[in-house]
Structure formats: structure tokens, C-alpha cells
Design a protein around this ligand. Structure first.
Ligand code: AMP
Length: 190
């Protein structure tokens, strides 16, 4: 289990789980949201492009996101072990990722699907908004991001399910408990 995706609606706790999961598998945590945010704070050209989409709760265009992930996966030994967090989010990104991994001569081992109640995550995100300072944590944007996920990204789970790669994990509860469930779910894929 060394090449993994983690999926789930905004606020499901993907970032937290992806980060510790990457440590446990000895791999690299690649969060497209984090990379965009770093670029925004460093005011790079990529950051300027990404920011207006992020602020509106929209997806950054596929060609921008795909190019960024392609670069990131080709770095050093990343291809050997990674957890992709927040990518792919569209069918176009799924196809691009398939192509990138093919070129690198590696395959995905599994997809963790964090399952949470939408009302619960909206409440969680609104709480995060009080302290995060993230410009995409306002109520309208939070709700819009859930909708964009439902329409654009949730269908990707079907694609990966057909490949036999998806394991659903209950995302509610203590961080350590969820992590344990993820490890158990992945063990059943091995
Ligand atoms: P996240 O931290 O994963 O929730 O991502 C925050 C924001 O970054 C998203 O709402 C999008 O605007 C943008 N973003 C992150 N990953 C992607 C992606 N794979 N495709 C398009 N936009 C993305």
C-alpha cells in the first residue's frame, strides 16, 4: 500500500488523515489545496491564478492543476510512495493521473473514501472559519464547495470502485480512531 488517494467532501478531515497516513506508509503527502495556498501566500503567478477560483469555492482549471501534479509526482522518489489529497477532483484529472502514473511506470494501490454527514462537516467548516483565516471558509462558499464536490467529484468514486480500489471509512470521530479504521480498510486491499 504505497500509492494512495484520499477522497471525501470538504471538511471530512482529508488533510489531517492524509498527512499521518503518508507518514505511516513512508511516503509523501501531496495536497493540491496546500500547494495552491502556498502559492497564494508567496504571490506567485500560479497563486494569483488559483486564488480567484479558491475564493469562490470553484475548482482551479484542470490544465493548471494537472500540470502542477505532474511536476510534483515526477520529483525524486515521490512516485514510490505518496498520498494524494484533494486530487483528482474531476474526470479529466482522473484521466490525466492515469497517464502520469503510466508514464512513471507505477499504479495506484488504493483509494480511501472518508464518509461523513454533510451537515456535520458544514458545521465543522464554519467552526474552522472562526480561526483559520482561510478566505474560502465563509458560509456561502462552504456550502458551494459541498455542492461542487457532490456534482464534480463524488462520481469519481464510482470510477475507482469499478477498479476495485475503493475502501469506505467512517470519517467521524477522534483522529486516531479514524486513522486506525483507515489502516484496517487498507489492509483488506492488500
Ligand atoms: P482543499 O484544501 O483540498 O479543500 O482545496 C482548496 C481549494 O483549492 C479548492 O476549493 C479548489 O479551489 C482548489 N483545489 C484543490 N485541489 C484541486 C483540484 N484537484 N482541482 C481543482 N481545484 C483544486
Amino acid at each position: 500500500m504505497s500509492r494512495l488517494l484520499i477522497m471525501g467532501p470538504p471538511g471530512a478531515g482529508k488533510g489531517t488523515q492524509a498527512s499521518t497516513l503518508a507518514e505511516r506508509i513512508g511516503g509523501v503527502h501531496i495536497s493540491t489545496g496546500d500547494i495552491f495556498r502556498e502559492n497564494v501566500s508567496q504571490q506567485t503567478e500560479l497563486g494569483r491564478t488559483a486564488q480567484r477560483y479558491m475564493d469562490a469555492g470553484e475548482y482551479v482549471p484542470d490544465e493548471v492543476t494537472n500540470a502542477m501534479v505532474r511536476d510534483r509526482l515526477a520529483q525524486g522518489t515521490t512516485r514510490e510512495a505518496f498520498v494524494l489529497d484533494g486530487y483528482p477532483r474531476t474526470l479529466d484529472q482522473v484521466e490525466t493521473l492515469d497517464g502520469i502514473l503510466d508514464e512513471l511506470g507505477v499504479k495506484l494501490d488504493g483509494v480511501v473514501s472518508l464518509v461523513v454527514d454533510t451537515d456535520e462537516v458544514v458545521a465543522r467548516l464554519l467552526k474552522r472559519a472562526e480561526t483559520s483565516g482561510r478566505s474560502d471558509d465563509t458560509e456561502d462558499v462552504v456550502r458551494h464547495r459541498q455542492e461542487v464536490y457532490r456534482v464534480e467529484t463524488a462520481p469519481l468514486l464510482e470510477v475507482y470502485s469499478q477498479r476495485g480500489l475503493v475502501r469506505e471509512v467512517d470519517g467521524l470521530g477522534e483522529i486516531d480512531d479514524v486513522a486506525e479504521r483507515i489502516d484496517e480498510a487498507l489492509a483488506s486491499l492488500a
